[in-house]
Design a protein around this ligand. Sequence first.
Ligand SMILES: Nc1ncnc2c1ncn2[C@@H]1O[C@H](COP(=O)(O)OP(=O)(O)OP(=O)(O)O)[C@@H](O)[C@H]1O
Ligand SMILES: [Mg+2]
Length: 244
Amino acid sequence: MEGAASADAKPEPGKIIELGSLSKVYSGENLETHALHKINLKIKEGEYVSIAGQSGCGKSTLLSIIGLLDVCSSGSYYLAGHNASSLNKSERARLRNEEIGFVFQSFNLISDLTVYENVELPLTYRNNLKKSEADCMVRASLEVVGLSNRLDHFPSQLSGGQQQRVAVARAIAGSPSIILADEPCGNLDSKNAESIMTLMESLNENGTTICMVTHDPESAKRAKRYVELFDGQIVTDDVLRDTT
Ligand SMILES: Nc1ncnc2c1ncn2[C@@H]1O[C@H](COP(=O)(O)OP(=O)(O)OP(=O)(O)O)[C@@H](O)[C@H]1O
Ligand SMILES: [Mg+2]
């Protein structure tokens, strides 16, 4: 069950992501896993944060909670001023769909949908979006990732790098304010990884807030802020580049 926000937790202006003393415990039959422990993290609009730490330290759990895919066990979470613990299921889904684009290590494209249909899919859940508007958004985002000539291809007909660029197009099609990327270059060779990293940088330059989990120290250094987790706690939080 999601814990109630503490009484004094209030959203701060300009902060798009705010976690206050947030913990996550996974409860199994005989086992409890404390995945996150009293995390305090504020991210303002336009930041580019890399999240690092050894396997099992809680990176994906943190991203799932930030992305409203999972709920915390205690503490508070505000996303764009909305108290996550007070949202019902459909409000969560709507906020997630509008504010957040996800990119995962394993691309997560739907194999029997074309490139165009994969990118269009999240937009079909938006009320009040005309088909013609969605069409423009799909084409524009595929243009950004350089895949306008592959609209009718299926994922299996694309290279890994191209599939990940489709996943990025799907993530940005609805103009989310935040991109959450979990090891987006984990399955790519260095050339394709570079093209995803360049895309992330240009999205951030255009104002998108980015949180990216990465094992790769070189990729981590390209962000503007570096957060490292250890055993579910933040042990490093460094500004790498001025964000003002
Ligand atoms: N659904 C779940 N049920 C139970 N335990 C879980 C669940 N998901 C994650 N965990 C546990 O929570 C801890 C944090 O997992 P998490 O996936 O967030 O780590 P991570 O930092 O992303 O690791 P990796 O770098 O290997 O992807 C781990 O001990 C993991 O076993
Ligand atoms: Mg993970």
